[in-house]
Design a protein around this ligand. Structure first.
Ligand code: ADP
Ligand code: MG
Length: 299
C-alpha cells in the first residue's frame, strides 16, 4: 500500500511549482488576502506557504491530509457551483507521501495556533502550541526525498532555476489576476514589491503608456534600470499578447530591496543609474524575495 500511495501521490505532486500552486490555491480558498511563499534550495529543502485565511477548524485537522477529505464540497450541487480551486482533497495527502509536512493553523475562534506534524499517510503524529497569527502555514521539507529519480532531476542548477522561474511566473500570474492579493516569494535576500495593474483597469492610463509610468525603486531610491524594464515589458507582453503594444511600457511600480553592498548607486551623479551585482540574480547560495501585490495608492 505504501508503494501505491507513493506512486499515485507522485502523479498528483510533480514539482516544486506544483506544490506551491496547490498550497497557494488552498490559501486562496481559505479567503487569504496575503500569502507568503518561502523556498530554501529552490524548494527542495523547504517550501513554506503562509496565509492569513480562515484557518483549519480543530475538528478538521485530524482528517485534513486524509485522502479525499475536502471541506469544500458537501453535496453534488456544491460541485456544480464550484467556486474554489480545490475540491478533490488530494493535494495535502499527496504532499505528505512525498515530503515531510507540518501544518500550523489558527482560526478566529482559536486562542493560539497549533503546529501539527503529519506522517507519510497524512496522520497527525505530533502537535504543539505555536505563536502564529490567524491563518495557515504549511511547511514541506525534503520534497521527493523518497523518489530518488525525481530528486535526481533537480540535481542540475539549470533545472532548479527553471523551476524557480515557474514559481515566480505563478506568483506573477496570481498578482495580475488578483490585484488585491498581497503575495511574497522569498528565495534570497532580494525583496521585490510591486503594483502591477491589469491593462485597461481604471488606474491604468487609457492612452498609450510611456516609460515614465513605470516606477522602479531600489532600496527606496527611484532608478532607471534597462534590464529590469525589459523584463517587465516582456512579462506584460507575454501576459497580454492582444494588447497590441499598449503596455510596451506598463504602468507599474516595482520596489526592490537588496543588501546595500549588492548595489552600486554611484554610476551617475544623480544616482538614478544603478549597478546590481551579479549575486542578485538567482543563485543557489543567495536568497531571493519577490513580492507582488497591491499597493493602495500607487498607480
Ligand atoms: P482540497 O483543496 O481539494 O479540498 P487539499 O488536500 O488541498 O484538498 O486540502 C484538504 C483540506 O485541508 C481542505 O479542504 C481544507 O479544509 C484544508 N486546508 C488545506 N490548506 C488550507 C489552508 N491554507 N487554509 C485553510 N484550510 C486548508
Ligand atoms: Mg487544495
Amino acid at each position: 500500500p505504501d508503494t501505491v500511495r507513493l506512486l499515485s501521490s507522485s502523479q498528483v505532486i510533480t514539482s516544486v511549482a506544483n506544490v506551491v500552486k496547490e498550497l497557494m490555491e488552498n490559501s486562496l480558498d481559505a479567503g487569504a488576502s496575503g500569502i507568503d511563499v518561502k523556498l530554501e534550495n529552490y524548494g527542495l529543502d523547504r517550501i513554506e506557504v503562509r496565509d492569513n485565511g480562515h484557518g483549519i477548524k480543530a475538528a478538521d485537522t485530524p482528517v485534513m491530509a486524509m485522502r479525499h477529505f475536502t471541506s469544500k464540497i458537501c453535496s453534488h450541487e456544491d460541485l456544480e457551483r464550484l467556486e474554489t480551486y480545490g475540491f478533490r482533497g488530494e493535494a495535502l495527502g499527496s504532499i505528505c507521501a512525498v515530503a515531510e509536512v507540518a501544518v500550523t493553523t489558527k482560526t478566529e475562534e482559536d486562542e493560539i495556533s497549533t503546529q501539527y506534524t503529519l506522517n507519510f499517510t497524512g496522520e497527525i503524529v505530533s502537535q504543539k502550541p505555536s505563536h502564529l497569527g490567524q491563518g495557515t502555514t504549511v511547511s514541506v521539507l525534503k520534497l521527493f526525498r523518497n523518489l530518488p529519480v525525481r530528486r535526481q532531476y533537480y540535481s542540475s542548477t539549470k533545472k532548479c532555476k527553471e523551476e524557480l522561474k515557474k514559481v515566480q511566473d505563478l506568483l506573477m500570474a496570481y498578482a495580475i489576476i488578483k490585484p488585491e492579493l498581497r503575495l511574497m516569494l522569498v528565495h534570497n535576500k532580494i525583496f521585490l514589491d510591486g503594483f502591477f495593474p491589469k491593462p485597461g483597469a481604471d488606474y491604468s492610463s487609457t492612452s498609450s503608456s510611456s516609460p515614465d509610468k513605470t516606477f522602479i525603486f531600489i532600496n527606496n531610491r527611484p532608478v532607471h534600470h534597462k534590464d529590469i524594464m525589459k523584463l517587465l515589458r516582456q512579462h506584460y507582453t507575454a501576459q497580454y499578447p492582444d494588447d497590441q503594444g499598449r503596455n510596451r511600457y506598463p504602468n507599474l511600480m516595482l520596489k526592490i530591496t537588496v543588501t546595500p553592498s549588492s548595489v552600486d548607486v554611484n554610476l551617475t551623479p544623480d544616482k538614478t543609474q544603478v549597478l546590481l551585482h551579479n549575486k542578485v540574480s538567482i543563485d543557489p547560495s543567495a536568497e531571493k524575495e519577490l513580492s507582488c501585490g497591491p499597493s493602495t495608492k500607487e498607480g
